[in-house]
Design a protein around this ligand. Structure first.
Ligand code: PMP
Length: 427
């Protein structure tokens, strides 16, 4: 029998590829030779409480001791109680939810199913550079052709993509002060000329995460809300990256004063990387039957235990207030880096979710320098960062766990600055 080599996904940083990390401690990863790395990417953006927050570890261990799975046909209060606790914290128009997913991809599929089933309509609006998941369907509605082209079923006939509110590289070549927000104004044209005339929903990440940490300009969400209301289109906030406190608010839609009809959560929901996802929505959208969307490990009790404990930590402590306050400082520190380093073209973000756009002198994206900075940070400065593969690939993302202190943020920015200096000196 022939053996096929197991392919392991590699990160852009070679220092991270070797399997030598043996322990996580707070915001740090520790190597077998004792070297301590600061993880400024929060794992895969899914460790809001770091690697081993004691309250989450405790809750998970306690749950595993009792049971780690129950069939969905057996009644337990764990699921309904956990869902109620989450809904209690959600924006006021949200009163119901679906708790049968483990990943952000299928949670987004669930949200679209809800929009389509409740409205009887078909089409889905989404944005260029968006990322909504890796299933065939969520690949189809995400805004990147390079991820779709080898998979013929990853092209939904009902998907309509429109320019993102990306002011630093505006699709319309306009400037924010004078554009009249064309990225919203032109949606009417897409509805008229590109849709089937039956649009169910628009799905948007409050900050486009993998596309390059793109923060929409003030008024964007109010403008799309008006347009969607006028055209009877449901709004889905994909908060898989932005939810659970990342912006200093439990839901980023609150930070933008946006009231979507449906919100999806995953990644940070399990606190320390325990996989769990949720779909929250208005009561009138409670239309799914259990056979419409349900997975074996959905509402897994261990995952729910982690989620409940995570919510408790975020609600009871000062974590969110700290992220709001320290996030301003992080933005100021990163803004100062832009003054110091000629390769930084833009700095944007909120809370603990920031991106540095690395540009060539002519303003075009500098992908190789971006990758070099991320590699230098890991190899020479023990700092773990990630890039934006689904955008132009030229954004260094700075997203430490929410438990990072002011001192940790200073350390991160100092090390990042040294890594940029190394790369700029190398030419
Ligand atoms: N939506 C967004 C905004 C994401 O960033 C991701 C994952 N990077 C997903 C959905 C898909 O989540 P998952 O990988 O858990 O399926």
């Amino acid at each position: 029998m022939s053996r096929v080599a197991l392919k392991v996904l590699s990160d852009s940083s070679p220092a991270l590829n070797a399997p030598q990390f043996i322990r996580g401690e707070g915001i740090h990863l520790i190597r077998d030779d004792g070297a301590v790395f600061v993880d400024a990417a929060s794992g895969t953006f899914n460790l809001p409480l770091g690697y081993n927050h004691p309250e989450i570890v405790e809750a998970v261990v306690e749950q595993v001791r009792r049971y780690s799975h129950l069939s969905s046909t057996i009644r337990t209060d764990r699921g309904p109680n956990a869902l109620d606790e989450l809904i209690e914290q959600a924006p006021s128009n949200i009163q119901a939810g679906w708790f049968r997913d483990l990943t952000g991809s299928t949670a987004n599929e669930c949200a679209v199913k809800i929009a389509q089933k409740s409205s009887g309509k078909t089409d889905i609006l989404s944005l260029f550079l968006s990322h909504h998941g890796q299933t065939q369907f969520t690949t189809a509605i995400s805004g990147n052709s390079f991820r779709r082209k080898q998979f013929p079923d990853a092209l939904s006939p009902h998907s309509i993509k429109m320019p993102a509110p990306y002011c630093h590289r505006c699709f319309f070549n306009a400037t924010p002060s004078s554009c009249g927000m064309m990225c919203v104004e032109k949606i009417g044209d897409f509805l008229e000329h590109a849709s089937s005339g039956s649009v169910a929903c628009m799905i948007v990440e409050p900050i486009l995460g993998n596309g390059g940490n793109i923060v929409p300009p003030p008024g964007y969400f109010q403008a799309i809300s008006k347009l969607c209301a006028e055209n009877d289109i449901l709004m889905i906030a994909d908060e898989v990256q932005t939810g659970m406190g990342r912006t200093g608010h439990l839901f980023a839609s609150e930070a933008f004063d946006w009231k979507p009809n449906i919100i999806t959560l995953a990644k940070g929901l399990g606190g320390i990387g325990i996989p769990v996802a949720a779909v929250l929505y208005e009561a009138r959208l409670d239309v799914l039957d259990s056979h419409d969307h349900s997975f074996t490990s959905g509402a897994n009790p261990v995952a729910l235990a982690a989620m409940t404990a995570t919510l408790k930590v975020l609600r009871s402590g000062e974590v969110l207030a700290d992220v709001r306050r320290n996030g301003v400082k992080l933005g100021a520190l990163l803004g100062a880096l832009k003054e110091k380093h000629r390769s930084i073209g833009d700095v944007r973000g909120l809370g603990y979710m920031w991106g540095l756009e690395i540009d060539k002198p002519d303003g075009s994206p500098d992908v190789s320098r971006t990758e070099a900075i991320i590699k230098a940070a890991a190899a020479s400065h023990n700092l773990i960062l990630r890039g934006s593969r689904y955008g132009f690939g030229n954004v260094v993302k700075v997203r430490p766990p929410l438990i990072a202190t002011e001192g940790d943020l200073e350390t991160i920015v100092t090390r990042l600055s040294r890594a940029i200096t190394d790369v700029e000196r190398a030419g």
